[in-house]
Design a protein around this ligand. Structure first.
Ligand SMILES: NC(=O)C1=CN([C@@H]2O[C@H](COP(=O)(O)OP(=O)(O)OC[C@H]3O[C@@H](n4cnc5c(N)ncnc54)[C@H](O)[C@@H]3O)[C@@H](O)[C@H]2O)C=CC1
Ligand SMILES: O=C([O-])C1=[NH+]CCC1
Length: 312
């Protein structure tokens, strides 16, 4: 009979999941995904169950990586929160299975995984697409994703200046106090992104907060929020003037309001760039529209479980 699943708590996941291990595995997984070989990677577009009464959704995100034999699903609830709300906007749990028998090997916290794998994929996009000499990073939003993006972007690259904007100045100030390095707080998005080489949008907005007219030509935008077909973070001008990269085309055309409502064309998946089948147009203005993928959770969960087993 199978062993009962181990339970891996949030603080343990935090200590076990490191960007230096995670980024190379995510790059391999994204590349495999973009080869569109269903004998290698199986990942349906996430199923969402609306929670109308609470302004949220339950997302089911299964994935199977055949060669690595990783079978996993994440269950994630995400919500549109009013300004000043203290309720979390994302809650997640990850289940790692034994694919041969079907038993669950591990149940683990999914919040750290979601924060770190999303930020790591944005860092991969920046590595491929940001201008060669990038000095200024602006983060729009000051929540969980803002912090994980700050951490991986400052660990991976050397920006001369990091700026933050949030719709409440106090939140941006609290964020700036919580980071290891110096972060400047800006009161308007227009000023915060002026001259920025890399812009990360990690807000809970459902209307555009970043407008193309403010974005420096050639800048790279990693757009992480707005993951419903009627939600936006970026305006039509930016979406149409930029070369648009995505994690999954199938996911993007089903779920991204920024893509669907602007009519922007998807230029490439990150995995296609990693595979060398589509170019990285670094000299152009680029948007990486991130929606999040089950395979990203799957490789993260495998890594956490491996590290956990090494310690027990
Ligand atoms: N692409 C992906 O893989 C993932 C995307 N997300 C999305 O990333 C976004 C940020 O997530 P978290 O940092 O976990 O949330 P959080 O609640 O910790 O932070 C959200 C931030 O956005 C700001 N915000 C909320 N509503 C806003 C509005 N209408 N206009 C401007 N700013 C607003 C808040 O003040 C806060 O600074 C959310 O949209 C979430 O759904 C989350 C996980 C994965
Ligand atoms: O990939 C993910 O976990 C999510 N994408 C949008 C909200 C949660």
């Amino acid at each position: 009979m199978a062993e009962p699943p181990v339970l891996i708590r949030q603080d343990e996941v935090e200590g076990l999941l490191h960007y230096k291990d995670l980024i190379p595995r995510l790059e391999v997984a994204l590349g495999k995904f973009s080869k569109l070989d269903s004998a290698e990677v199986i990942q349906p577009v996430r199923t969402t169950v609306p929670l109308q009464k609470y302004n949220g959704f339950l997302g089911l995100m299964p994935a199977y990586l055949v060669h690595e034999d990783i079978l996993c699903t994440k269950l994630v609830c995400f919500y549109k929160r009013e300004s000043g709300s203290t309720l979390p906007s994302t809650q997640a749990t990850v289940l790692l299975f034994d694919p041969e028998y079907g038993n669950v090997k591990a149940v683990m916290d999914g919040e750290v995984i979601t924060a770190k794998r999303t930020a790591a994929v944005s860092a991969i996009s920046a590595k491929l697409l940001m201008p060669a000499k990038s000095e200024v990073l602006t983060i729009l939003g000051a929540g969980h994703q803002a912090l994980s993006h700050y951490n991986v972007f400052t660990e991976t690259f050397s920006f001369k200046e990091v700026r933050v904007w949030s719709r409440r100045k106090e939140t941006a100030e609290r964020f700036a106090q919580s980071t290891q390095g110096h972060v400047t707080v800006w009161e308007s998005v227009e000023e915060a992104v002026n001259g920025a080489d890399v812009i990360v949008t990690v807000t809970g907005a459902s209307e555009p907060v970043l407008f193309g007219q403010w974005v420096k030509p050639g800048a790279h935008v990693a757009a992480v929020g707005a993951c419903r077909p009627d939600w936006r973070e970026l305006d039509d001008v930016l979406m149409r003037q930029a070369e648009v990269y995505v994690d999954s085309r199938e996911g993007a055309v089903a779920e991204s309001g920024d893509i669907i409502l602007s009519g922007a064309k998807v230029f490439a998946e990150l995995g296609e760039v990693l595979n060398g089948t589509r170019p990285a147009l670094r000299e152009k203005t680029t948007v990486f529209k991130s929606l999040g993928m089950g395979i990203q959770d799957a490789v993260s969960a495998k890594l956490v479980f491996e590290q956990w087993k090494n310690k027990h």
